[in-house]
Design a protein around this ligand. Structure first.
Ligand SMILES: CC(C)(COP(=O)(O)OP(=O)(O)OC[C@H]1O[C@@H](n2cnc3c(N)ncnc32)[C@H](O)[C@@H]1OP(=O)(O)O)[C@@H](O)C(=O)NCCC(=O)NCCS
Length: 310
């Protein structure tokens, strides 16, 4: 709401004689799929006690409890006759999980479900937040970037070594403006998205130090979204770049991004190894022999030009 989005509260299911959650209809699934809106599972308890089936007037002092789950990005294959029912079913399970306090059962078979299931079952954590143990045993938290990361992210970029900066900005940018730094920390979570990695061992002070970032931008462009990834020099070669990119790819796939790509220096052997590791293909940049383009198609035959971005 702070961002100016509208929230539509859509009650679903039917009023049962005993107060338990009734089966969901397909309509809510259809609505969510048609609009592409994100669905926030919500359970309201106490309403049955306040207005049992035979009663005409509500008991005004009955406490009500409202619980919110994590937002779901529901995607179903186009043309699937059961699409709306599947989407309704996922919402129904998420709401039941809130009511019973038991995590939703995992469904690993469907595309994108891995991310969603992992976050739904971690009821106490916000969506898309993970703790990762790196190859040397150090632990980091990975989560979506936020506006209060502006200073942390600026410090992180400043402290990268000259070669790392050179590879990240392809030799281009020396100093980012305040506005650019702010925008980096305020992605719209659809066209643009970024994850930060934060050191979790904070013996040296109150603020968490940023040690990595991955992002994509411009997902609505016909070329797909351009990615970038960077890890603090003293944290490199421990598997963090790979984890940051894997989470980014998983998120992009779950949000319908068709293609991710990155233009990099031919000399960036670490990025080459990393890009190959996470499944990117590569081709030389036709406009610049010193550069290579890595790309990965997340939605096959999704209407993009068949050629990789130039
Ligand atoms: C590219 C970069 C993000 C990789 O991050 P990282 O955390 O070091 O990468 P990982 O540890 O996850 O390694 C991924 C693979 O690259 C290899 N690798 C990482 N560092 C390496 C090094 N110094 N030498 C050789 N290989 C290396 C690893 O072997 C690993 O493969 P593995 O899974 O088989 O072990 C990091 O080097 C960086 O921030 N570079 C500067 C910015 C940049 O170039 N960004 C990319 C363009 S946007």
């Amino acid at each position: 709401m702070q961002r100016g989005y509208s929230i539509v509260w859509f009650p679903e299911g039917r009023r049962s004689p005993t107060g338990e959650v009734g089966p969901f209809f397909g309509g809510i699934g259809q609505l969510v799929l048609d609009t592409g809106a994100r669905a926030l599972p919500t359970a309201i308890s106490g309403t049955f006690e306040a207005l049992p089936k035979q009663r005409r007037w509500p008991r005004l002092r009955t406490p009500l409890r409202v619980q919110f789950g994590v937002p779901l990005a529901l995607r179903e294959p186009r043309g699937s006759p059961r699409a709306a029912l599947n989407a309704s079913g996922r919402l129904e399970r998420a709401v039941r999980a809130l009511v019973t306090g038991k995590p939703d059962a995992p469904e690993l078979s469907r595309e994108g479900a891995a991310t969603i299931t992992r976050t739904e079952s971690a009821m106490s954590k916000p969506a898309n937040e993970w703790t990762e143990t790196l190859k040397d045993g150090r632990r980091v938290a990975i989560r979506p970037i936020r506006l209060d990361d502006v200073e942390r992210n600026e410090r992180f970029l400043e402290q990268l070594s000259p070669p790392s900066k050179h590879f990240l900005f392809l030799g281009g940018i020396a100093q980012l403006s305040d506005d650019a730094l702010r925008r980096l920390c305020d992605p719209d979570h659809a066209n643009d998205m970024a994850f930060v990695a934060l050191e979790t061992d904070i013996s040296r002070g109150s603020a968490l130090r940023q040690v990595g970032v991955s992002r994509y931008a411009g997902a609505s462009s016909p070329q797909g979204a351009e990615i970038s990834v960077a890890v603090a020099d003293e944290w490199q070669h421990r598997g963090l770049g790979k984890r940051l990119l894997e989470h980014l790819i998983e998120y992009a796939r779950a949000h319908g991004v068709k293609r991710l790509y990155s233009m990099d220096s031919m000399g960036n052997t670490r990025m080459r190894k990393l890009a190959r590791d996470v499944g990117f293909s590569e081709r030389p940049d036709a406009d610049d022999a010193s550069q290579v383009i890595y790309y990965i198609d997340l939605v096959p035959d999704a209407g993009l030009a068949t050629r990789a971005p130039r």
